[in-house]
Design a protein around this ligand. Structure first.
Ligand code: C5P
Length: 218
């Protein structure tokens, strides 16, 4: 692993979950730990890139030589991403697909009997990676795809639809790897190729992915 692999380049990485507020004390979110995005940020910084990590709420500490920008919601994450110039953009965040249409100003109170029900209207969040890819100074775009079947086909559709250069596809039906695990195995997909990378620690995988991203970028 060459420490000068990404020197002189700006890398922006999104990581972790987003939180979509319902009221002042409640939110909708997901189980993303942020580990893969943080490992990629560490590897990019070690490869010499100016590395910015736009992070939703996680329990992780910021890797050395990485500038962390803390955000909460998908809309915050998009604003932070639009404000960063990037040569390479890696979308590793598990962005909530929907958010409550309105955020109640006060804590929502329980109504009536135990059998009462209520509804929450959700609206779609912007697609951060697709928005960045559609911009004027399009960075080299790397996205993730979490799938349970037809992994390569679905990931390749994502590559085309979101205008990405590389997609890192995860098989989330396997419990030994992925989401909250310390290990991961992925298939790396470009318009012309696909390659399976065997299970290993997220940090070792990040080193391998950064090596391949650097080659594809040049
Ligand atoms: O469409 P799907 O959520 O499966 O796509 C996953 C990829 O898109 C990931 O790279 C993720 O970070 C990115 N994404 C995003 N904004 C969204 C949803 C997903 O940047 N609102």
């Amino acid at each position: 692993f060459s420490s000068g692999l990404l020197s002189g380049l700006d890398v922006v990485i999104t990581a972790g979950p987003t939180r979509e507020a319902i009221d002042p004390v409640r939110y909708i979110s997901n189980h993303s730990s942020g580990k893969m995005g943080y490992a990629l940020a560490q590897a990019c910084a070690e490869a010499g890139a100016r590395t910015r990590l736009i992070s939703g709420p996680t329990r992780l500490s910021c890797p050395a030589n990485v500038e962390r920008i803390d955000v909460v919601s998908a809309q915050d994450m998009l604003e932070a991403a639009l404000a960063c110039k990037a040569d390479i953009f890696i979308g590793a965040a598990a962005v909530a697909d929907y958010r409550p249409e309105t955020i109640a100003a006060q804590k929502i109170k329980k109504q009536g009997s135990d059998s009462a029900s209520t509804t929450l209207t959700l609206v779609q969040n912007p697609d951060i990676i697709a928005t960045i890819a559609a911009g004027t100074h399009k960075p080299f775009m790397v996205g993730f795809a979490a799938e349970t079947e037809n992994i390569v086909d679905y990931a390749r559709n994502k590559l085309i639809k979101k205008r990405l250069d590389l997609v890192i596809a995860n098989d989330v039906s396997r419990h030994d790897i992925g989401f909250n695990s310390d290990d991961n195995a992925v298939t790396l997909i470009s318009a012309a190729s696909e390659e399976y990378l065997e299970p290993r620690s997220k940090y070792q995988l990040a080193l391998e992915l950064v090596r391949r991203i650097a080659i594809a970028y040049r």
